[in-house]
Design a protein around this ligand. Sequence first.
Ligand code: NAD
Ligand code: TYD
Length: 341
Amino acid sequence: MHLLVTGGCGFIGSNFIQHMLAARDDLTIVNLDKLTYAGNRRNLAEVEERHLGRRYHFVHGDICDQELVPDLLARFPFDAVLNFAAESHVDRSINDPFPFITTNVVGTQNLLEAARRAGVPRFVHISTDEVYGTLGPTGQFTEDTPLAPNSPYSASKASSDLLARAYFHTYGMPVIVTRCSNNYGPFQFPEKLIPLVYLKASRGEPIPVYGDGLNVRDWIYVLDHCRGVEAALFRGTPGAIYNFGGDAERTNLDVVRTILHLTGKSEDLITFVTDRPGHDRRYAMAFARSTADLGWRPEVTFEDGMARTLAWYEANGAWLDEVQSGAYRQFMDAWYKTRQA
Ligand code: NAD
Ligand code: TYD
């Protein structure tokens, strides 16, 4: 089986590629990634060491590229496309929405169209619970909850979900959309809450908590998300949407306190700062359809996942330092020159 994974050098894509190559020996993966600030080839250094040029191939490119993408899809007989590539950070989308529209909307459209023309038999589009908007104190999002995105990020993701839907309904293209809650785990870029708090705590720096810190997210360990995407790829019904959640609703303050407790740091580091504009209050995912149709449910508890995640960051200080300084870019350039030679 031949898979095209986009955005495979990011947080979730790199975990997915590692998981799939380890779990199954009957597939090859081509990873198409633009290497934005969030894309780090070092995330896949072990995969490259073991599989590059055999079961794993890397293409440095943009999903918006209207020559490269059709060419790639026409040239290789892919059995499926998995679209992880995106601009993914809400705060960045508030500062500058344009790259979000370009990559998340135009890029997805470009991929869908090229996959349609090439007759790719499966297209899995990776999306988010944020497309449903925000919840009050009770209730959960189901796949039938109306879309009501509140940030430029979530609006761009909702737009791409609708394009995926249109390609199924108009062209009969076998598209599946997955929507997942907030992920955490190894290789997450330290602009997102959990690695950011770990980083600040380890340096004894103030930890910025937006607003009153009582916004709720439904946290899922990244490997559980990857298993969900895998299940949707192999067992999903074309045209269907599948929700994945972690069954782990926590306020941001709960999350921050857990990290401070596990790293032995003082809660005095908590610093309340001006709230994010349009900040969604609560997300919570119902995933009964994924359990019934895909046999999927999250397997890693929040406590276990946090312990694993903090242990990984603890053991990978060099990764964090390089991501912070931007040195990972030079490192990979040098590494690749050596390998090419
Ligand atoms: P990330 O920001 O860590 O990684 C994004 C990757 O996409 C990077 O490798 C980047 O270089 C690449 N990329 C960006 N623009 C590109 C382009 N134009 N062409 C090719 N590659 C490009 O993101 P992530 O957290 O791994 O999220 C992956 C996907 O999962 C996204 O679609 C996101 O919306 C979705 N998602 C994320 C979460 C979460 O909690 N992080 C939750 C649900 C869904
Ligand atoms: P984030 O990791 O950016 O994910 P998302 O906005 O996609 O849910 O943020 C998670 C929650 O943490 C969100 O409610 C915003 C909050 N937050 C802070 O309070 N401080 C921070 O420095 C960051 C990055 C996020």
